[in-house]
Design a binder for this molecule. Structure first.
Ligand code: ACM
Length: 638
């Protein structure tokens, strides 16, 4: 392994200089990083023109147990490509795992990868580092032809920007079977996301077995109906639900652990508890009966703070600590409404507690997570809560997850808490990705791929508080997501942008460069049967005086331009490398039967009458993007 890594720019210079002196195809010629589709973009990477064609039979040297466990993933991957790969403990081999030294500055998750002269070396200090080296190594194949099995030679030094790189999946509003949960984790792990935040309970369903309280799943896991495909007010009156057995949870946790993903289970208290109240109405601060809710909305009956409730919570969180070996447990704490707080005034237990301790309802709100955070700390676990819980009284080890306020992260960090940013305006992937007319049913407003990519969580904190920022998380709340197909559509490709902002240093982030690297990822996603959204093409009009009047319509794939001329040229840019583009000039929705775009299109128009150009992108496998629309109003100036 080369000890010193040359800065990419220097190597570029050497590469260009080399072109003039030795043949262009020299193995040492450096080519742009976009030639290999690696997401998230590594911290330092040099790609050489030379390629290594993998032999039909490949040995992997893995000496330690950890190396061997991780190497097994690579063996499976290579076998899937028709290469006869096998692990060996010593000797000469094409692929070698090597332990890095502390002086290599790789930390817990970093790695070095060197592919050169018919040999690959993967160096790390930890299992996670080897695992991430493998994900990068596998992605080197994405750019190539499947039948070819040759990859570019590279040298990579990589480690993450943030420690917490999370994806939340809400399995209460809709239940996703274990196989889908595993697919979700596998996808995350491939993109070096290391936290799976599992929202397991809410008003619409309780999804985890607690043996001492069997009604939680016998009653609390089921509701009398569901919003059809998540459409509000369109209720299918059919029993809906499900839960994960202990055995399933243990399998999922082990599955995640092998991929260096920590599962963070969430039991949401003291609001969002209706499913538990339906099973055990005595937990409530108001009189029942309660029903597991069909519709989404803020619940208005919180838990009552009596000893029986806390005995229940000790049991539930005690069970969670044995089911989930990870360091973190999420206590929720979000959205206890004003009306819910008023319910505490009329609950004798809550009212007498507030009177005796001179507490407001807001203080009672944080009493639940505070007490349970202390309980978890006694078991050597760290609690996580949503930022709705006032931070002042929480044990200092409690992590605050900030979702609905841009200023709260700095405030809570100043109080001495570690924070995670899950900004609703940028990282709620259940929100629409584009013009709602062409999207599956989702919550508005729109959060585009570009907006996710340009989100900088660190900017929410002043520099001296940034060490408190553990990282970033995107959320998939499933009120309107009923199927795995829709789930992955909402996640992708935005999850790729999340992965890059979570892993890649800010100075290495570049949206256009990122888009160029997505092509290989779409091929991988397609081969792995993940559904995803293809962003619509972008269009540009050039004509006399056109630029001044250019107007993007927010949240619509629509641009309008005014021009003084009667003619101009439209260029259509592919949103994904290697897609075919089709367009119409009459305002109709394009299909694969429309004009195929082969280069700039000349348009002429009648003064005062808008010309409308619409376009779509179609992938090699026939997947079609939403249309983009360009309106040009010509013949008069504004
Ligand atoms: C949340 O979206 N209620 C955390």
């Amino acid at each position: 392994m080369r000890k010193q890594l040359y800065p990419t720019t220097l190597l570029w210079v050497i590469g260009i200089w080399a072109l003039g002196t030795i043949p262009a195809a020299s193995a040492r010629t450096v080519i742009p990083g976009t030639a290999v589709s690696i997401i998230p973009r590594p911290r330092h990477m040099v790609v050489f023109a030379a390629r290594w064609k993998m032999p039909a039979r490949v040995g992997l040297i893995a000496r330690t147990r950890t190396q061997q466990q991780v190497a097994a993933f690579l063996v499976r991957f290579l076998k899937g490509r028709g290469i006869d790969a096998h692990i060996q403990h010593a000797g000469a081999a094409s692929i070698e795992f090597r332990a890095a030294k502390v002086a290599d500055h790789l930390g817990n998750e970093g790695y070095r990868l060197r592919v050169t002269d018919g040999h690959a070396q993967l160096m790390a200090q930890s299992g996670a580092g080897y695992f991430y080296a493998i994900q990068t190594f596998e992605q080197l194949f994405n750019a190539g032809n499947r039948s070819d099995n040759s990859i570019h030679e590279v040298t990579i030094y990589d480690r993450p920007r943030y420690r917490w790189r999370g994806m939340l999946l809400d399995c209460s509003r809709h239940f996703f079977p274990p196989a889908v949960v595993k697919q979700f984790i596998r996808l995350a792990a491939h993109y070096k996301i290391n936290i799976f935040h599992w929202h397991l309970t809410d008003d619409q369903g309780w999804r985890v077995q607690i043996p001492q309280y069997p009604l939680l799943t016998r009653i609390g896991a089921w509701r009398a109906g569901s919003e059809i495909h998540g459409k509000p007010n369109d209720i299918r009156h059919q029993r809906y639900g499900g839960y994960y057995t202990d055995a399933q949870i243990r399998q999922i946790v082990a599955y995640a652990r092998r991929r260096y993903v920590t599962v963070v289970p969430e039991i949401d208290i003291p609001g969002h508890c209706t499913a538990a109240l339906a099973a055990y109405p005595w937990l409530a601060a108001a009189k029942g009966p309660f029903h597991v809710r069909i519709r989404w909305g803020v619940s208005n009956v919180p838990l009552s703070p009596g000893p029986r409730t806390f005995h229940f919570l000790d049991t539930v969180f005690g069970d969670l600590t044995s089911l989930f070996p990870g360091r973190y447990i999420h206590l929720g704490g979000d959205e206890v409404s004003q009306r819910a707080m008023q319910v505490w005034d009329s609950d004798p237990t809550a009212a007498s507690m507030m009177r005796q301790r001179h507490w407001t309802a807001a203080r009672l709100h944080d009493y639940f997570p505070t007490k349970m955070a202390q309980f978890l700390a006694s078991k050597d676990r760290r609690a996580v809560v949503w930022n709705d819980v006032p931070a002042e009284n929480l044990p200092p080890s409690t992590i605050i997850e900030c979702w609905n306020s841009s200023s709260i992260a700095a405030k809570d960090a100043k109080l001495g808490h570690d924070v995670i940013v899950a900004n609703m305006g940028r990282l709620y992937f259940n929100f629409c990705q584009g013009d709602a007319r062409y999207e599956p049913h989702a919550i508005k407003p729109v959060i585009t791929l570009r907006e996710v990519y340009h989100f900088n969580p660190s900017a929410l904190l002043p520099p001296k508080l940034r060490p408190r920022l553990l990282g970033v998380e995107a959320c998939l709340w499933s009120e309107r997501i009923a199927t795995a197909r829709h789930l992955f559509y909402q996640a992708l490709p935005r999850e790729l942008a999340l992965a890059e902002i979570a892993w890649t240093p800010l100075k290495r982030q570049n949206y256009r460069n990122f888009i160029r690297r997505t092509g290989g990822q779409y091929r991988w996603l397609e081969a792995e049967h993940y559904n995803f959204r293809i962003p619509p093409p972008s269009m540009r009009f050039t004509g006399p005086g056109a630029k001044a009047g250019l107007m993007r319509v927010p949240n619509k794939n629509l641009v309008t331009v005014r021009t003084a001329a009667h003619h101009g040229v439209v260029r259509i840019m592919e949103p994904v490398p290697a897609t075919a583009l089709y367009y119409t000039l009459d305002g109709s929705r394009p299909t694969v039967e429309s004009h195929r775009y082969r280069g700039p299109v000349a348009v002429n128009f009648i003064p005062g009458k808008p010309a409308e150009i619409r376009s779509i992108a179609v992938t090699r496998s026939g997947r079609i993007s939403a249309p983009s629309q360009l309106m040009v109003i010509g013949g008069k100036s504004r």
